[in-house]
Ligand binder design. Structure first.
Ligand code: HEC
Ligand code: HEC
Length: 336
């Protein structure tokens, strides 16, 4: 009898356990990580010389010491040009099966090709121009040779491979929630535990499921998309311009993709505001209210919002300590 009564408890723990964040990311077959490749990728990630004015680096908009984002409504690129969307965090991005708010890149490698050429981000005229610049920095040429071999090592594909290898190290295990999910109940305070129940019962987890709270684990390239707003017509549509940007449609031009967005992660959400693709919502309680209304057609009470926010706060993990890397210098007689 005793044995039988244990079964539901075991099942419950296994179910909860499966929701913890994996400790590490699996490398793709064509881009195995090495410590040297990761170190090179980190240098490139921090290096403004990948941009037209030598000032805007990936880290400018995805500060890895600051939640992997810039904290702005929308990002500013070269010459302070404003972009149209909020900068999503690079932290735990490696767990997402597609990249960008609208999922238009399948892998981190493919994603990293975009910003260097984006006129409102790094604004380089071509990938060849990026490679030509890097070839003028002897410190980089030597490191690329070490990492990728001596035959034509400085290529744009190797640049994005190194950057992606670095990004795959930016994961945040051991959040209070993960400690709770792996069996240590004391890690969630009572409001957070109620919040966990609420996100299940009101329906948030229909979309924000899985270990990343961003939908089911899918193979790379297959995104988990949902309409936003599912229930149009609330006051929030106009207040926060929710339907101005048509989301995935802007990329595919497919009618069915209008206002379709990738379901984003809740991991470290306390550190990645302001919220939504346009960054129009400044605080987490407001973001929760907007979601309940637009995605579930529900008005949450003050206490419910409070408890859900407490739960979301428990998803802040251990962000790996990042020291600014030393970059190879530009030789004195060279202009980039
Ligand atoms: C000027 C600011 C800016 C710069 C510079 C920039 N990004 Fe971004 N990044 C953004 C914005 C904004 C988005 C979202 C765009 C969208 O979804 O349409 C984004 C999206 C991403 C994503 C997708 C994350 C996710 O969850 O979907 C990754 C990864 C990323 N950037 C990495 C990089 C890398 C690597 C570099 C340097 C090569 C870089 N970014 C340079 C602003 C920037
Ligand atoms: C029908 C699917 C769906 C449901 C249900 C849903 N969400 Fe979302 N959630 C999304 C999508 C899609 C986005 C991205 C919206 C955008 O484009 O800005 C999002 C974004 C968010 C964000 C902002 C993320 C960021 O990085 O800016 C938060 C916070 C959030 N949801 C919380 C919740 C909460 C809490 C609930 C339950 C009250 C909930 N969601 C219910 C699909 C859903």
């Amino acid at each position: 009898m005793k044995f039988i009564s244990l079964v539901p408890v075991l099942l419950f723990s296994i179910n909860v356990f499966s929701e913890a964040l994996p400790k590490a990311v699996k490398d793709p077959q064509d881009n195995p990580s090495t410590p040297e490749k990761i170190a090179l990728g980190k240098q490139l990630f921090f290096d403004g010389r990948l941009s037209l004015n030598n000032k805007v680096s990936c880290n400018s908009c995805h500060s890895v010491t600051n939640g992997g984002t810039d904290g702005k409504m929308v990002s500013t690129g070269v010459d302070n040009k404003l972009g149209g969307r909020n900068s999503p965090t690079v932290i735990n991005a490696a767990f997402m099966s597609v990249q960008f708010w609208d999922g238009r890149a399948n892998t981190l490698e493919e994603q990293a090709l975009g910003p260097m050429l984006n006129p409102v981000e790094m604004a380089m005229p071509s990938h060849d121009a990026v490679v030509e610049k890097l070839k003028k920095i002897p410190g980089y040429v030597a490191t690329f040779e070490k990492v990728f071999g001596t035959e034509n090592p400085v290529t744009i594909n190797n640049v994005v491979k190194a950057i992606a290898a670095y990004e795959r190290t930016l994961t945040t295990p051991n959040s209070p929630y993960d400690k709770f999910a792996t069996g240590n109940k004391k890690w969630l305070n009572k409001p957070a535990q109620r919040g966990f129940e609420l996100v299940r019962s009101v329906g948030c987890l229909n979309c924000h499921s899985g270990p990343n709270f961003a939908g089911p684990i899918l193979p790379n390239g297959q995104g988990f998309y949902q309409k936003f707003p599912v229930f149009p017509g609330s006051e929030y549509d106009a207040k926060y311009e929710l339907t101005k940007d048509l989301g995935r449609y802007e990329h595919t031009k497919n009618e069915a993709d209008k206002n379709l967005w990738r379901v984003p992660t809740w991991r470290n959400i306390a550190k990645t505001g302001p919220y939504f693709h346009n960054g129009k919502v400044a605080t987490l309680p407001e973001a929760v209210k907007v979601m309940a209304k637009t995605q579930l057609g529900k008005d949450l009470g003050k206490n419910e919002v409070h408890d859900i926010v407490e739960f979301l706060l428990s998803l802040t993990g251990e962000i790996p300590l990042q020291k600014t890397p030393k970059l190879p210098p530009t030789p004195k007689n060279v202009t980039l």
